[in-house]
Design a protein around this ligand. Structure first.
Ligand code: NAD
Length: 266
């Protein structure tokens, strides 16, 4: 019989966390071993299954995880990720990080933790988006600086960080492929009397609208033509399923830092 992958959800009371709990409980290949959120959360102590819209599962929303699991899945915030890293190292568990808004310092902490546990971090867990990263980079490299690159993302009105981790992921893929710099070549929004485009810069724009799950568009414009590639997620389950797939893939992997493209073999 195939052994199940034990999962603890960090951020279990959140929008993503509840779907992760539900999809874990519904999948016979997975077992829910923990559901963690803030101690001051309104739903602290409640049954995670009930909170996710399913029958009770006897796992309560807790503030800590005491035992080792195959993978902790973190969908919280940058501050939450720092806590998840400590929890994963302390318990010797693998860690899948979906939280966005991470700083360079957070990435350094991930690198440090990855010396002792397997860690997979991805700003977007969908297959389509991970293909978009590769395509956007390839197109940018082929077309060169005669084509102006603009990245436009749209998300629901509740999203806290901007631009989205995915938009930054697209920009990073383009920078890696073209030798551009995330620090000096990105232009975030435009306002004022002198905003003429600098050749080779990458425009970044964040729209916040209603209940949009996640839409990303990259345009490459020059005299006489514009090429657009994009991705639209219509349900957040696409990210949750990707994170669960990543957790299963991470099981028994050696310590190290992994990406979604490793899971997908891209
Ligand atoms: P949400 O606000 O609905 O849920 C976040 C949950 O995390 C809340 O229950 C909150 O109490 C908890 N939390 C936050 N900080 C915490 C901390 N320090 N300790 C313990 N619990 C903490 O948000 P959401 O829409 O579920 O998104 C969560 C994160 O996942 C965001 O960063 C979002 O951008 C990211 N996200 C990533 C992907 C992806 O594919 N990588 C997809 C969707 C969302």
């Amino acid at each position: 019989m195939m052994s199940t992958t034990s999962i603890a959800i960090f951020g279990a009371a959140g929008r993503m966390g509840r779907r992760l709990v539900a999809l874990t409980l519904e999948d016979a290949a997975l077992s829910l071993a923990g559901a963690v959120d803030r101690k001051d959360s309104d739903v602290f102590g409640q049954d995670a299954g009930v909170l996710a819209g399913l029958p009770a599962c006897d796992i309560k929303i807790a503030a800590e995880l005491s035992q080792k699991v195959d993978a902790i899945i973190d969908f919280t915030s940058a501050a939450g990720t720092r806590q998840a890293l400590k929890m994963a190292v302390a318990t010797g568990s693998g860690l899948v990080i979906g939280s966005t808004g991470l700083t360079d310092d957070d990435h350094a902490l991930i690198d440090e933790a990855a010396k002792s546990i397997p860690v997979l971090q991805a700003p977007n867990m969908s297959l389509g988006v991970n293909l978009l990263f590769a395509l956007a980079a390839q197109v940018a490299k082929r077309l060169g600086d005669d084509y102006d690159i603009e990245i436009v993302e749209t998300h629901h009105r509740f999203k806290k960080d901007a631009p989205s981790g995915t938009a930054l992921g697209i920009a990073q893929a383009i920078c890696d492929a073209t030798g551009k710099s995330m620090k000096t070549d990105l232009v975030h929004g435009r306002e004022g009397d002198e905003t003429t485009r600098t050749r080779g810069s990458i425009g970044m724009h964040a729209l916040r609208s209603g209940d949009v799950v996640g839409k990303h568009m990259v345009t490459y414009g020059t005299h006489g033509e514009e090429l657009t590639i994009g991705h639209n997620a219509s349900t957040r389950d696409v990210f949750a399923r990707g994170a669960l797939k990543a957790a299963q893939w991470l099981k028994n992997k050696p310590a190290g830092r992994y990406q979604m493209k490793d899971v997908l073999g891209l």
